[in-house]
Design a protein around this ligand. Sequence first.
Ligand code: AMP
Ligand code: GLY
Length: 423
Amino acid sequence: MNILLLGSGGRESAFAWKMSQSPLCTKLIIAPGNGGTSAYGQNVKLDPNNFNAVKALVLKENIGLVVVGPEEPLVNGIHDFFLKDDSLANIPVIGPKKEGAILEGSKDFSKQFMARHGIPTAGSRSFTSETLEEGLTYLENHITPIVLKADGLAAGKGVLILDSTKEAQEELKLMLSGKFGAAGTTVVVEEFLTGIELSVFILTDGKNYVILPEAKDYKRIGQADTGLNTGGMGSVSPVPFATEAFLKEVEQDIIIPTVEGLKKDKINYTGFIFFGLIKVGDKPYVIEYNCRMGDPETESVIPRIENDLVELFMATSQKRLNEVDLKISPKHAATVMIVAGGYPGDYEKGKTITGLDNIRQSMAFHAGTITEGGVTKTNGGRVLAITSLQDSQFEALQAATADAARIYFDGKYFREDIGFDLM
Ligand code: AMP
Ligand code: GLY
């Protein structure tokens, strides 16, 4: 079978690495891919949000399975586009339709969904420019810190945590007058929860689900979790504080009510659900849903899955995930992200990367890279995800961190403390 994978990040590198190992995969096309994905298949330059270009590629290459990595094409309705087109309708797409992707695409929708189905989450209220005055009064009477979230997709920048009422009121005004564009026409004002975060993932066919290995991602740019938020600077899987009892509770209180809630709401969901959770005391709460896998969580999660990923995707599209026996490696994965100097602010591209052959005990999943004439250069903020799979967490962390140090490009930066806080 010929398979099309949409996306270009470290997440897609990990998917491509794994899918290319499947005997079911005849040809893998990654669109647009990056400087490393061409090792697993063929890169094709294309914008995944240009659905007509995707269609042309699918028909030309006789694609039998489409896997959508990032959220944007899903929220924009790529799965719906396939179903509406006679020539594409029978081609399985991994990733929900618009009606499911809205769990990520609208925070207001996801809060209403959780309230409707009794899923534990921070208390919240939503406001628009019409209800601004009410919102300001609400903030006046609310304790700080308080969380403001732009309703729509804002590339990870739409969440603000404010320590003072005055600041929160100012930000609410700014957001409702267009600070985040259309994404901020509705703002969710949410109670601040104190706890430790982790990510739990399922793959669901709408009827059944399998729980994938959990992961923890490190969002801040600086050592010891300081400085600006990024897309993610590293990850580990498994997560030591996610005990068996805690994960059972996550399944009972969050996963089952979510899958059942989707059914009750007649949302036929095919694909990944990423539960961004926070452990408050012993209890899990949902911070957010995503309609895709996490990045850099995927780079730690995928190497621990022993099943054939293409077979898992086929079982998902054929609604027979109940027949799948998921085999998870007991090994520990650690991922250290190497980023461009300046990231998450302004950074330069086009720096030559050397030392990729020097790494000893890890895999280098490319993210923001481009390879031209045999030379690999930086092409984004998050450049390479260095993942090591070892018998113990300490060995995995040490190996990934040591291997990250063996790679060089001008301005390179990585956190040397990823995961060590959990030891
Ligand atoms: P989100 O985009 O919803 O994942 O939010 C980004 C980050 O903001 C999360 O990973 C948390 O670190 C933080 N955050 C969001 N909502 C809350 C909350 N209710 N309480 C505490 N921290 C939060
Ligand atoms: N690592 C967080 C995310 O993918 O949204």
